[in-house]
Each structure stands twice: as C-alpha cells, then as structure tokens.
Design a protein. Sequence first.
Length: 67
Amino acid sequence: MKTKEYREELRAKNVDELKEELVAAKKELFNLRFQNATNQLENTSRIKEVRKNIARIQSVMTEKANA
C-alpha cells in the first residue's frame, strides 16, 4: 500500500480504531525483532516499514487529539 493511501486510511478511522491498529503494529514489530534475533527473518526491511507505520499512526492520533 502506498504511504499516501495509508495516511488517508488512517485519517478516516476514529481514535479507538487507531489504538487497535497501533497495538497490532507494535505486536508485529516485536515479532519481527524476535525473528531477526533468531535469524529467521528474511525480509529485514519490514522492520523499518512497521516502525514508520507506527510513527504515522501516532501522528494521526496526535492530530485528532489537537483538533
């Protein structure tokens, strides 16, 4: 998914849905780090992608809190 489309999708969600998405992304990041530590991860660029998605989710949540 393109980043612009992903941001628009995030902005369309309410705060509760964003919190759920944030929890899911953090769990995925944990699992990816665990796989990386045990040398089971093949696509290491996914870690960077998930970290950026977490930051995007947090940014949208801050926007909604300030609005």
